[in-house]
Design a protein around this ligand. Sequence first.
Ligand code: NAD
Length: 527
Amino acid sequence: MKILVSDKLSEEGLEILKDAPGFQVDAKDGLKPEELKEIIKNYDALIVRSATKVNKDLISAAEKLKVIGRAGVGLDNVDLAAATDRGIVVMNTPAGNTISTCEHTMSLLLSLARSIPQAHNSVKKGEWKRAKFMGVELYQKTLGIIGLGRIGTEVAKRALSFGMKVLTYDPYLSKEAAREIGVEASDLDGILKNADFITVHVPLTDDTRHMISDKEFAVMKKTARILNCARGGIIDEAALIRAMKEGRIAGAALDVFEQEPPDPNSEIFKLDNIITTCHLGASTEEAQVNVAIEVAECVRDYLLGKGIRNAANYPRIDSELYKILQPYILMGEKLGNFSSQIIEGGITGVDIQYSGDITKYDAASITMAIVKGLLTPILKEAINFVNAIPLAKSRGIQVRETKVSVDEEFVNLISIKVSSDKETREFAATLSPKREPRIVKIDGFYVEASPSGYLLTMKNWDKPGIIGNIGTLLARHKINIAGITLGRKEAGDVAVSILNIDNPVSPQVLEQIRKLENILYVKLIKL
Ligand code: NAD
């Protein structure tokens, strides 16, 4: 695997890549666009910060490229659509600077409450105006957090430890998510009217641009103070200036601006009660090392086939959540692949049902893995996590997902009903207490098989001697049986059997099995 690192990356990140087996890492920052375009065709992975422009032109020359890693969050320098079209995964490192940005928010919160920068400047000038810098306590005040994602959540935890009451607004999260961290979910109006401090931690989108403007300032408390450590433009700067001038709110702290760097003559800098920093949220030594390590690990793991994380053109999973979801993702892919090898005819739809533990999480990545698994036997290398769902759609395959919080039999269960133009079949898998995947149901028959290696899947009459006959036949061909599972609904009726075997079975041997007494159907599956 050849990895090109075309911007400066902390040594800690480079070391991770260099230590990976079979990786050749070239750290070449400062290349001109035409130089980069010339050499990119040789590389499997590209790692950048913000300087390298990964545009359509560059991507079209990247014949072997599988993954682009961005050490940091912003993807303004990467053409996501072009990468997705080529099936190239784009990963960033949104979690690496969470704590730094949260701590910066807390610094600004305290600075706002106690006018620290203003007092510092005053003392430096030789003044001693204690009355002028009378502050307010955070204790028992209400903090309104808009956007309860990674940073918002960390800010909430710290605010609670200061004895603040925390109200949150995040319409994409359930009320339970807020309750779980001990804060109260509110609507936006509730925050605007009741909060003493308001902090925004949402992405900048069409919905969030100027989400705090004249109308919102008008309903805030006159003593309210507002912070933006997210993205410039979420707070309407012109409206903020008006609100401050008219005394409609008491103060503001901005780390980010609509235009960066901002115009030094902006009114913002003439107002005493606005404190500012220069987009420093992520600027700590730790965050820089964190993002380098995070991007290196994500890219390495992806190239080694150990799964996909933090992909921007793939559902975002942070490291903690990935640890929880990874076995389900692997299981989902195997279940999809297994089903696809069994079902006859062209697949037209898949109904996925998640039940038990797994329903607490966003299952989009598992759905994607199931679809990838389903299409892998059909499309091989052309299918990947990035293009699985769009490809399924373009092939007319309907993908439906439902969740049932409890399953009566299994702590967690993924069931899929796969329909084709010929038949509809049902399969289900669960994670064992050791977090190992098990296929546990086929068409309503209970089985217990490990979805790995070679599996002989059969339907047979439930009669004595069948397994013995197959065992003898396989032994004759030196094929070892590693595990057997047998499921039946009624004694003597049809049964389903799965044999995990150590080596593949030739078509001739398969034909001999098919001809054995009481065998209705047999298929060799390879996972
Ligand atoms: P995140 O994706 O973990 O969380 C964002 C949250 O906002 C999500 O929970 C989402 O549901 C919510 N949200 C989206 N639209 C919303 C809306 N209209 N109303 C209310 N909630 C909404 O992101 P994060 O890592 O916590 O980052 C938050 C922000 O901080 C981002 O804008 C990010 O770019 C910015 N950031 C800034 C710095 C800096 O240097 N100042 C550093 C890192 C991140």
